[in-house]
Design a protein around this ligand. Structure first.
Ligand code: ADE
Ligand code: ZN
Length: 340
């Protein structure tokens, strides 16, 4: 023993799990540059503010920059490298399980067939498991601002191309401009195919968006859902029905949903008995990481290691993964292995 203390990274030393991260939004500027060069494509104008930073002003502008960054992803190998890079970062911060939200529409936009897109995603998951012991799964997402028909097509394709790594269906994009209800048929298709369903709601729109989201077939989790706090009856319902929130505190603060961590409703929701998990959303855009969010929960919300472990346990129980893998991961926490 040298007696040298481990450096304090601010990241709690507990196993972590993440249920909400947009895969194309995990690429750091350096990776975007490398892939653009490899593919011989020009970097889109307006993408970067500087070497390390994407350029965007507000949420809708962020979505535009996100699309520009994703446009340099062209091949199965790009998606393999993206998944591997992100899962490697997560493993280095102590994560054991990550659900990545992947968008077939972004692959389609650059002419990459869905079979190749998926081959890359799956290779990244396999290689990260081999290298780091971390598990990853995919949630296919529809983009609400592309419309109802595109969402239904995405759901039908996900249903037809069943694969054990593709475990869920989400709805992302412009939440305030495109409420959930018209997407019911897309969710019915996904739910009927056995995909777990979650939907962005209660972030850029209020409690009404959450009630609409909960009326969609199969929805048992909410991407964000934090603005439920504006409606006490809805908070009670979320607790009663054991709906799980994928909470992304740093994203919420950076996007201005809340002024700072002190104003964030994480503690109020958790104290009311709502099941909460932690996630990074779009890490390099928001200066977030899964380890960093656990650090935020400790520093700003007062959670000690046992409470942080409970968050991981909730995420593993609410994850859309198969029961065998769930049981194995829960055993790594010393917990019994049932779904919620
Ligand atoms: N697409 C990519 N990132 C998103 C986010 N944070 N919210 C909604 N849609 C997204
Ligand atoms: Zn999101």
């Amino acid at each position: 023993m040298t007696g040298t203390a481990a450096p304090d990274t601010g990241i709690p030393d507990v196993p972590k799990a993440e249920l909400h991260v947009h895969l194309e939004g995990t690429a750091r500027p350096a990776l975007i540059r490398r892939l653009a060069a490899r593919n011989g494509v020009a970097l889109p104008a307006g993408l970067f503010a500087d070497e390390e930073t994407f350029a965007w002003t507000d949420f809708l502008d962020f979505l535009t920059t996100y699309d520009l960054a994703a446009s340099v992803l062209r091949t199965a190998e790009d998606y393999r490298d993206l998944v591997h890079a992100y899962l490697s970062e997560c493993a280095a911060e102590g994560a054991i399980y990550v659900e990545m939200i992947a968008s077939p529409d972004h692959a389609r936009a650059v002419g990459l067939p869905e079979a190749e897109h998926r081959a890359g995603l799956f290779a990244g998951i396999d290689d990260a498991r081999t290298d780091h012991g971390i598990e990853g799964r995919i949630l296919v997402t529809a983009i609400r601002n592309l419309g109802v028909e595109a969402a239904e097509r995405t759901a039908r394709e996900a249903a037809a191309l069943a694969h054990p790594y593709v475990v869920g269906f989400n709805l992302a994009g412009d939440e305030a401009g495109f409420p959930p209800a018209p997407f019911a048929r897309a969710f019915q298709v996904a739910h009927d195919a056995g995909l777990g369903c979650t939907v962005h709601a209660g972030e850029h729109a209020g409690p009404a968006s959450i009630r609409e989201a909960l009326a969609l077939p199969g929805v048992r989790r909410l991407s964000h859902g934090v603005r439920a706090v504006e409606d006490p009856a809805l908070v009670a319902r979320l607790a009663e029905e054991r709906i799980v929130l994928e909470v992304c505190p740093t994203s919420n603060v950076v996007l201005g949903v809340y002024e700072d961590y002190a104003a964030h409703p994480f503690t109020r929701l958790r104290d009311a008995g709502v099941l909460v998990t932690l996630a990074s959303d779009d890490p390099p855009f928001f200066g977030a990481s899964i380890g960093g969010e656990y650090g935020v929960a400790r520093t700003h919300f007062g959670l000690q290691d046992d409470a942080l472990l409970d968050i991981t346990r909730t995420a593993l129980r609410a994850g859309f993964l198969d029961e065998t893998t769930r049981r194995d991961l829960l055993e790594r926490l010393g917990s019994a292995g049932s779904a919620l």
